[in-house]
Design a binder for this molecule. Structure first.
Ligand code: SF4
Length: 280
């Protein structure tokens, strides 16, 4: 197996058949509005954090423009790559009042509230951004880190890569915490936070005892949670190793059901569950 990544683990957890179709077969993915929207929210909050750390700042409307420019650029890139027009991108939460679901217009209209929710949360907590040994701030921190050699000395499987959305200090009783930002409805997997904690301890020498998810479209955040054994390299390594073995053995059990509604490859999946409907 090649390098391990947190996102590959999360895709497999979501649906092993989806992992096979996306990563092994390489079928084209049907674009969805929520992906570039979530990425653009990550980006604008990153800009806000870096400005804050540098003691500067922009007006709220400037930050909203940062969001819009980045969002539209990402949407256009997906149109160009897929050949699918924006009007056919997948959306969530379709209702009689909002037949187009959470489309581009909804995200633009809501971006002010979503940004306010993040900045208020940050100001209310009073937490500060943690800094690594190399002076890098814990903001969208990209990493490729070696699993300790005593756990796995095969060179081809000793790397884990990913990006930690935020690392904060200043939480009484928790110390340093790793956070992931979510703009969908589901929180992530604890192994994701455990991996982030182990990585940040490696690059900072700061103990990370907890982690959580900032749920951008909901009130408040989820966590922080004590990470305990999930941040121990031996457990992290064992979990990724089992993922390797499952893939080598071709274990791709489909998790069809509500997952299918948000799946990027459902057009190519024989297990795809049909859209929700009533029998009436
Ligand atoms: S359509 Fe459903 S079963 Fe098929 S890959 Fe997607 S989530 Fe899995």
């Amino acid at each position: 197996m090649g390098k391990r990544s947190v996102s590959q683990f999360l895709t497999y957890q979501d649906c092993p058949e989806r992992w096979r179709l996306e990563k092994q077969v390489g079928v084209p993915q049907h674009p969805a509005v929520w992906s570039p929207a979530g990425s653009a929210m990550h980006y604008v909050t990153e800009v806000w954090e870096r400005d804050r750390l540098g003691g500067t700042g922009k007006s709220r409307s400037d930050y909203l423009e940062v969001f819009q420019v980045d969002f539209d650029a990402r949407l256009q890139a997906e149109v160009d790559a897929s050949g699918i027009p924006l009007a056919q991108f997948r959306t969530t939460n379709k209702t009689a009042d909002q037949p187009g679901g959470l489309d581009r217009e909804w995200w633009l209209k809501s971006s002010g509230d979503l940004l306010d929710r993040y900045t208020s949360w940050r100001e209310e907590t009073g937490w500060e951004i943690a800094i690594s040994k190399d002076g890098e701030p814990g903001i969208e921190y990209e990493f490729i880190v070696k699993v300790p050699e005593e756990l796995d000395d095969r060179p081809e499987v000793t790397l884990v890569r990913g990006a930690i959305d935020r690392v904060f200090t200043g939480l009484p009783g928790f110390g340093v915490v790793a956070y992931d930002l979510k703009y969908g409805s589901k929180q992530g997997d604890l192994l994701q936070l455990g991996t982030y904690a182990a990585v940040w301890e490696t690059v900072s020498d700061q103990p990370v005892n907890a982690g959580g998810w900032f749920m951008g479209r909901k009130e408040g955040n989820s966590g922080p949670y004590h990470l305990g054994a999930v941040k121990e390299w031996r457990n992290i390594n064992a979990a990724y190793r089992r993922l390797d073995l499952a893939i080598i053995d071709g274990v791709f059990v489909p998790r069809f059901g509500t997952n299918c509604q948000r799946c990027f490859v459902k057009e190519h999946c024989s297990f795809a569950q049909v859209e929700r409907s009533t029998l009436a």
